[in-house]
Design a protein around this ligand. Structure first.
Ligand SMILES: *Cc1c(COP(=O)(O)O)cnc(C)c1O
Length: 357
């Protein structure tokens, strides 16, 4: 607190990211990073950037990246927006599209940045409880008499549950809400979901947001993007150009373009993560954990008898970090990132030891 702070700052409740330990002797399964690293072509493209070009500002429109993404997803460049991580893309979407008179709807258990953006931009919101099995109930997002949203946002698969909403249900929500924008945050969709991108041409109120941080293993580069009708994209550009002309630097543009061009690396790495996830699910189920069905690169688990916070602490003492949220309804769950096979078997072995003691 300081008397120099603005009233806005006094009222903020910032997002708290998962820990990034300074030492690297941890098995780090707490922030859903990809274990295998980015495409070697992306690293090569980043290394090829020269001082002669770094002297200059980057392309404010990142046209090379927009063209690469448009080509990859079968859309036009005016249907693509890019930003400094999908967190920034989401932030712009909250201000540009989701700040309306009626409240924004999102699940009670979801990505905890959403309420933070609502606080930052003064957006009214209403949380919609997940079903008892932690799935998103599609019916709850259909407007009814006296009940309509100012906008809708949810991750698919949801975070931190990992549960997937079938594409037909996503389409039902989008089609039932033509008056407002529906943002589908697909940070994890490449690990087992059907993307809503094919619906973008058909629904002018749909915005799909994705990131290079998870399935493309470039969390450190900070690249995210949104796909939608040119009118929605224009709204995001207006906010972006009122905030930062150059959110993507030359390294980010070069690395992201090369990543999109390396389909073989992308497919191989995401398949490997999905295969390891199934092994991990089997291992933890065998130790008495309930595992929610996951279409993401993490799983959400709870033990039948042991307290989640105690388990997280015992793992940390064995140099394994997982994520525990001290939040209503989910405080007995652990969110565990799918790492390499070796990391995951270290985790299963450690838990077997902890549970046996
Ligand atoms: C990780 C994550 C993001 C943000 O990713 P960036 O690194 O900012 O691109 C957005 N939404 C969800 C649900 C996430 O888990």
């Amino acid at each position: 607190m300081s008397r120099y702070w603005s009233a806005v700052v006094h009222g903020l409740t910032p997002y708290v990211p998962g820990e990034q330990p300074k030492l690297d002797n941890f098995v780090k399964l707490n922030t859903n990073e990809h274990p295998y690293g980015p495409s070697p072509l992306a690293l090569e493209a980043i290394r090829a950037v020269t001082g002669a070009t770094l002297r200059l500002y980057p392309d404010p429109n990142a046209e090379a990246l927009k063209a690469a993404l448009a080509g990859y997803h079968g859309l036009r460049a005016d249907q693509v927006f890019v930003g400094n991580g999908s967190d920034e893309v989401l932030a712009h979407a909250f201000l540009a599209l989701l700040k309306q008179e009626q409240p924004l709807w999102f699940p009670d258990i979801t990505y905890s940045f959403y309420p933070v953006y609502c606080g930052l931009y003064g957006i009214r919101s209403e949380t919609v409880p997940l079903a008892g099995d932690y799935s998103i109930r599609t019916e709850d997002y259909l407007p009814g008499p006296g009940r309509r949203p100012g906008g809708i946002i949810f991750p698919n698969p949801n975070a931190p549950t990992g549960r997937l909403m079938p594409l037909a249900d996503v389409e039902r929500v989008v089609a039932a809400n033509p008056e407002v924008v529906v943002v589908v945050d697909e940070a994890y969709v490449d690990f087992g979901g059907d993307s809503a991108i094919p619906l973008v041409d058909q629904y002018p109120n749909l915005l799909v947001v994705q990131t290079f941080s998870k399935s493309r293993s470039l969390a450190g580069l900070r690249v995210g993007f949104a796909l939608g009708h040119p009118t929605l994209i224009e709204a995001l550009e207006r906010v972006k150009n009122s905030f930062n002309s150059y959110p993507l630097d030359r390294l980010a543009i070069a690395g992201a373009v090369a990543s999109v061009q390396d389909e073989a690396h992308f497919q191989a790495c995401r398949r490997k993560v999905m295969a390891t996830r199934e092994t991990l699910v089997t291992g933890l189920s065998g130790l008495g954990f309930e595992v929610l069905p996951s279409a993401a690169n993490f799983i959400f688990v709870r033990h039948s008898t042991r307290d989640a916070a105690e388990l997280a602490l015992a793992l940390r003492q064995r140099a394994i970090i997982v994520r525990h949220f001290r939040l209503p309804r989910i405080d007995q769950f652990l969110r565990i990132t799918v790492g390499t096979d070796e990391q995951c078997s270290s985790l299963v072995d450690a838990l077997a030891e902890i549970l046996g003691s």
